[in-house]
Write a protein that binds this ligand. Structure first.
Ligand SMILES: [Zn+2]
Length: 126
């Protein structure tokens, strides 16, 4: 399989496909396996992803999004209802965990999509 030239790759399309955790090149094959590990290559089009390293960008993006959801909700609930502390301890850590686990692979897909669209591998330049 031949790879799509970098100048013909659509970043928006790659990001949307990465968000769905599908191959940024074709949108049919899976991008991740075992939760966060990029597949070696797309089973549908053969595009290679095993060498790509997203490093800290997906966790950073996930923390940014989850923090902007949970903290305003927590503050709004506290101001509106003044619940007991145990209510906060019951809700917010669980919500944070669920959102984090749900968003982390999607953020990794987005980062890998951006990297693929721009011809980046995440490795050190030689
Ligand atoms: Zn593909």
């Amino acid at each position: 399989m031949t790879s799509i030239p970098v100048e013909k790759r659509s970043t928006l399309s790659a990001v949307l496909r990465g968000l769905r955790q599908t191959c940024p090149a074709c949108g049919r094959g899976r991008l991740l396996h075992r939760y966060l590990k990029p597949v070696d290559h797309c089973t549908a089009c053969g595009e290679r992803y095993g060498h790509m390293r997203a490093d800290d960008a997906p966790p950073w993006m996930t923390i940014l999004i989850v923090g902007h959801i949970v903290v305003p909700l927590l503050l709004s609930v506290e101001q509106a209802y003044h619940p007991e502390a145990w209510v906060h301890f019951a809700i917010w850590p669980a919500l944070t965990l669920v959102l984090t686990l749900a968003l982390l692979p999607r953020c990794k897909g987005v980062v890998l999509g951006v990297m693929w669209a721009n011809g980046m591998s995440g490795g050190e330049p030689r």
